[in-house]
Design a protein around this ligand. Structure first.
Ligand code: FO1
Length: 316
């Protein structure tokens, strides 16, 4: 049926919370989540896909509630043993989480595409939505800063986002193509809306939009594209969105996020604390409390976003 399927674009923790709410709101098999793989890296000989794993654990109800990344009820024997041996411990891999990285790395080395491995993990974890890497080809986010050029996790975790960002590069973007399952979701006659989750627009959504042809394919899908603001009261809920905007010379204000997405957007969900900015946003706006502190908040924000998209579709 037309309008029943939803495609969400997501980075890590904040995006996964809304994706979880969307999954509850639309029902089994009606959501596809296209996830950023610009943060992926090779570490301790393992292929790590942090945003994919955050989506997997969050939608499976396995996420660590304190950090948002990694697994709940995790143990850290591997990290402690590694530390004793003088190994690299700046990137924390829990014992249960380690299994995900070991199995993914083994299957990638055997020639399976990342999307097939993630799809199988989704099925085994009993997740009622599709989780799709933005691309099966490597596209890596690299931060140019006042202290040099850093791979994403070096900047984000090891250096705790301290260097001042000058620009952001997506290495390999020219050779990447959208994952076939993502193009299939866009071509699905049942597609009703595309939701850009409240992830960092510059670090987490920009790599997805940098995959050649994807921005055009999102527009060509012919359904409303709605973004949920990652800024609440002029500050990021989590992560360096506000810091990066300031460093790139962009005013730290939700209307700048709507301007950043520009022509791609049909509607913008603005937090109630920023309601005064409404008149400065070119696209139709829905104002609500976008903070997702509880599971019920996730479902409420998702439901309001979908209702808003439905109203925009009815106006077409
Ligand atoms: N983030 C941290 O701040 N510190 C960590 O040690 C860390 C480990 C980690 C392990 C597995 C995983 O899937 C994610 C992990 N993250 C960690 C989160 C992640 O690196 C970032 O939040 C994302 O890349 C940004 O979306």
């Amino acid at each position: 049926m037309r309008g029943t399927h939803i495609l969400a674009l997501s980075g890590g923790v904040g995006g996964a919370k809304l994706a979880d709410g969307l999954m509850q709101a639309v029902g089994d098999g009606q959501l596809s989540v296209a996830v950023n793989t610009g943060d992926d890296f090779s570490h301790l000989g393992l292929h790590i896909s942090p945003d994919i794993d955050t989506a997997l654990y969050t939608l499976a109800g396995l996420a660590n509630p304190a950090t948002g990344w990694g697994r709940r009820d995790e143990t850290w024997t591997f990290m402690a043993a590694l530390e004793q041996l003088g190994g690299e411990t700046w990137f924390r891999l829990g014992d249960g989480d380690l299994a995900t990285h070991v199995e993914r790395t083994r299957r990638l080395a055997a020639g399976e595409p990342l999307s097939a491995i993630v799809d199988d993990f989704v099925r085994r974890l009993g997740i009622a939505a599709a989780i799709v890497p933005m691309s099966d080809q490597p596209l890596r986010t690299r931060v140019h800063s006042d202290e040099g050029v850093f791979d994403f996790q070096d900047y984000f975790v090891r250096l705790q986002c301290r260097p001042v960002t000058r620009s952001i590069e997506f290495v390999g973007a020219d050779k990447a193509s959208p994952c076939p399952a993502l193009l299939q979701a866009l071509a699905d006659p049942a597609l009703g809306a595309i939701v850009i989750c409240p992830s960092n627009p510059y670090l987490s959504i920009a790599p997805i939009l940098a995959v050649p042809g994807l921005r055009e394919a999102l527009r060509a899908a012919g359904v409303p594209v709605v973004a949920v603001s990652p800024l609440v009261g002029g500050a990021a809920v989590k992560g360096p969105t506000a810091k990066i905007m300031a460093e790139l010379g962009i005013p730290v204000s939700a209307d700048e996020i709507a301007r950043h997405y520009g022509e791609l957007l049909d509607g913008f969900v603005l937090d109630v604390r920023d309601a005064a900015l409404r008149a400065r946003i070119a696209q139709p706006v829905h104002v609500t409390d976008t903070l997702m502190l509880t599971p019920a908040d996730r479902v409420r924000v998702a439901g309001e976003t979908l209702d808003f998209a439905r109203r925009l579709r009815a106006l077409r």
